[in-house]
Design a protein around this ligand. Structure first.
Ligand SMILES: NC(=O)c1ccc[n+]([C@@H]2O[C@H](COP(=O)([O-])OP(=O)(O)OC[C@H]3O[C@@H](n4cnc5c(N)ncnc54)[C@H](O)[C@@H]3O)[C@@H](O)[C@H]2O)c1
Length: 259
């Protein structure tokens, strides 16, 4: 299947590591030009080298996405570099454990900025270009919006917000032919996941328990599997799919727990 992504300019927030890097690699393999928006120049450059070593092309812009001005400037830099934007993948975020008892007002608001506010700002700033190209948006989300996790109020609330914005934007952007969808992740081993699991007691045992409960093949989802769905949703091969939340999770969120 030809996804018609050759030379398309796609912004990927948090594209230097984990799921975002997986998405950039699949985009590049399809001939697109992923533009990584990430906070650390060194990480961005390492990711570009990895993509180039696999025969692809990628660009990067340094931005700390919790800073609204940096979001604006990042989009402006992409337009200066590439002259167009064909798609936006909102992906950067962190499960930062701001709970009811462990958190406070400042931590809660800061976490909403880490996980939700920049999704809105990046879409808003990219919109004039997406209108010209009839580009698409994919928001990466987390099962915690449906299942909760405990001790992570702000992250769960942000993910509820990501899902709601997907439906809301799908409607608001119908008139421009811009499609908006979400890919929901449950358990994918990334640098973020590694950090999170190490906060638990006996992480190796916990990892075994989690993977045993993932119905399909009792294993973690790979970043490439999430990327494949994301890139398909971004492409015009999914031209009549909008406002959808697609769970790429081996059945973890919805299938019978007694499996
Ligand atoms: N890994 C999982 O199992 C899992 C599960 C559910 C949802 N998710 C979601 O997937 C997304 C990506 O997660 P991951 O596991 O790949 O994370 P990761 O930490 O492994 O990679 C994220 C990348 O984004 C960058 N980044 C994060 N916040 C940023 C900011 N404010 N400004 C600039 N750069 C920033 C990080 O530096 C890093 O390079 C997150 O939004 C997360 O909510 C992941």
């Amino acid at each position: 299947m030809n996804l018609n992504l050759t030379d398309k300019v796609i912004i990927v927030t948090g594209g230097a590591k984990g799921i975002g890097l997986g998405i950039c690699k699949v985009l590049a393999a399809e001939g697109a030009i992923p533009v990584i928006i990430g906070r650390a120049d060194a990480d961005n450059q390492i990711a570009i080298k990895e993509i180039e070593a696999e025969g692809g092309k990628a660009l990067a812009v340094v931005a700390e996405l919790t800073n609204p001005e940096a979001c604006k400037s990042a989009v402006e830099q992409v337009i200066t570099l590439c002259g167009r934007i064909d798609g936006l993948i909102n992906n950067a975020g962190v499960n930062d454990g701001v709970g009811l008892e462990s958190g406070d007002y400042e931590k809660f608001v800061a976490s909403i900025h880490k996980n939700l506010v920049h999704y809105y700002l990046m879409a808003q700033y990219a919109l004039p270009e997406l209108k010209k190209t009839k580009g698409a948006i994919v928001n990466i989300g987390s099962k915690t919006a449906d299942t909760g996790q405990g001790n992570t109020s702000a992250y769960a609330a942000s993910n509820g917000g990501r899902n709601a914005l997907t439906r809301e934007w799908a409607i608001e952007l119908l008139k421009y032919g811009i499609r908006v969808n979400s890919v929901i992740v449950a358990e994918c081993y990334t640098p973020l996941y590694d950090t999170w699991i190490k906060t638990l007691e006996n992480p190796e045992q916990k990892l075994k328990e989690i993977t045993a409960k993932i119905p399909f093949e009792n294993r973690m989802t790979t970043a490439e599997e999430i990327a494949n769905m994301t890139v398909f949703l971004l492409s015009d091969k999914s031209s009549h799919t909008t406002g959808q939340l697609i769970y790429v999770d081996g059945g973890y969120t919805h299938l019978d727990r007694s499996l």
